[in-house]
Write a protein that binds this ligand. Structure first.
Ligand code: NAP
Length: 393
């Protein structure tokens, strides 16, 4: 039995993970679940799964959870606070950690799982964007196994040779191609983009996702973060990563080889496929995903991204090329901008503008430690908040 911890269990990826686990009770044992403040959903999950541990990061929500449960599930130990996420990620009985917390909040628990040598299923792309070199070094030092959950990186992982070690020349790899659906505003004019509401931005045409990643998909910042993620995961230079718009979301990404071969992974847009792949790797298990009907799909389209209407992608390439703390600044400014947009304090088209302002105002510095990461993150957030004040008042 493989002991699994699901961090971010109340979210979209967390729920999909529990769905896959429920189909294979003979193979996986749920050790712990963790979330931030969704008391009702975590209580439901505790009643359904009765895991040995459940963590609520937010202290107030943790007290509320204890009172809602009222001792009705004595098998589950309730823990509170961010530190408890790290604690359950590193338990002896934990073999595998699904890192599915959204944003920078997932950084510490992801790093802790990597340092403890666990099988790390990485959905929380922001933690890799923020601490790529540190996280990859921690994985190497501890012998952890890092498997990407983002459907694009999971597809690339599947299309690369199994022994791939980042040496593009030896593996005969020319380029990595990340596909992007283009989001709900692929054909929108700049005037229409200026009017976009949070509800429209969160209604993705192909994927059901959390609100933050939905907005990132709509601005194409999600693809930008994925470019940076791919560069750390596969040791690719920015020139070796291409983005192609593929509105059907059937081809999840591709690897181009020097002999002209291009290998792709295809499937219905259902995150349970990459989740099942990473949970069972190198075996294959049934996650309950509908089989791909190529006759129904009929045709696949590909086009070049428009960097004028979607400048976030250009900004992400710029941050990757700048290196050091630049990806951290990009990520933090984006988190502030997206949260402000969701609170209706910032217009949709201002999201990349705010990110660009932060990249221009804060010089990228070198990053050697977690403290450096957190300092750059805090500085970028402060700068973004200050800019936001001047914009909105
Ligand atoms: N959804 C997708 O299809 C998809 C695909 C690829 C990658 N990803 C990545 O996967 C991650 C999760 O995405 P999602 O769509 O599942 O997001 P989501 O639905 O918004 O869920 C976010 C989860 O993170 C938890 N959380 C938030 N802040 C936290 C904190 N401070 N401490 C502990 N837990 C916290 C939330 O708990 P509460 O509910 O209690 O607030 C929730 O369980 C993101 O990094 C995203 O980029 C998602």
């Amino acid at each position: 039995m493989i002991g699994v911890v699901v961090l971010g269990s109340t979210g979209s990826i967390g729920e999909s993970t529990l769905d896959v686990l429920a189909r294979h009770p003979d193979r996986f044992r749920l050790v712990a679940i963790g979330a931030n403040r969704n008391v009702q959903k975590l209580a439901e999950q505790i009643r359904r799964w009765r895991p040995p541990y459940a963590v609520m990061a937010n202290q107030g929500a943790a007290r509320e959870l204890a009172s809602v449960l009222g001792g009705s599930v004595p098998q589950t130990r309730l823990l509170a606070g961010e530190g408890a996420l790290e604690e359950v990620a590193t338990l002896r009985e934990t073999d595998c950690v699904m890192a599915a917390i959204v944003g920078a909040a997932g950084l510490r628990s992801t790093l802790a799982a990597a340092r403890a040598g666990k099988r790390l299923l990485l959905a929380n792309k922001e933690s890799l964007v923020m601490s790529g070199p540190l996280l990859m070094q921690a994985v190497k030092d501890s012998g952890a196994v890092l498997l990407p959950i983002d459907s694009e990186h999971n597809a690339i992982f599947q299309a690369l040779p199994r022994e791939f070690d980042g040496d593009f020349g030896r593996a005969g790899v020319r380029r990595l191609w990340l596909t992007a659906s283009g989001g709900p505003f692929l054909r929108a004019t700049p005037a229409q983009l200026a009017q976009v509401t949070p509800e429209q931005a969160c209604a993705h045409p192909n994927w059901v996702m959390g609100r933050k990643i939905s907005v990132d998909s709509a601005t194409l910042m999600n693809k930008g973060l994925e470019v940076i993620e791919a560069s750390f995961l596969f040791r690719a230079k920015s020139a070796q990563i291409e983005v192609v718009i593929h509105p059907q979301s059937i081809v999840h990404s591709l690897v181009e080889y020097v002999d002209g071969s291009v290998l792709a992974q295809l499937g219905n847009p259902d995150m349970r496929t990459p989740i099942a792949h990473a949970l069972a790797y190198p075996e294959r298990i049934d996650p309950g995903v509908e089989a791909l009907d190529l006759f129904a799909v009929a045709s696949l389209g590909f086009e070049r991204p428009d960097l004028d209407r979607f400048p976030s992608l250009r900004l992400a390439y710029r941050a990757l090329q700048a290196g050091g703390s630049a990806p951290i600044l990009l990520n933090a400014a984006n988190e502030v901008a997206v949260a402000s947009f969701l609170e209706r304090r910032l217009a949709f088209h201002r999201i990349p503008e705010l990110v660009e302002e932060v990249l221009e105002r804060v010089a990228a510095a070198s990053v050697q430690s977690l403290e450096d990461v957190l300092a750059a993150d805090a500085l970028a957030r402060r700068t973004a908040m200050q800019r936001l004040e001047t914009v909105t008042h």
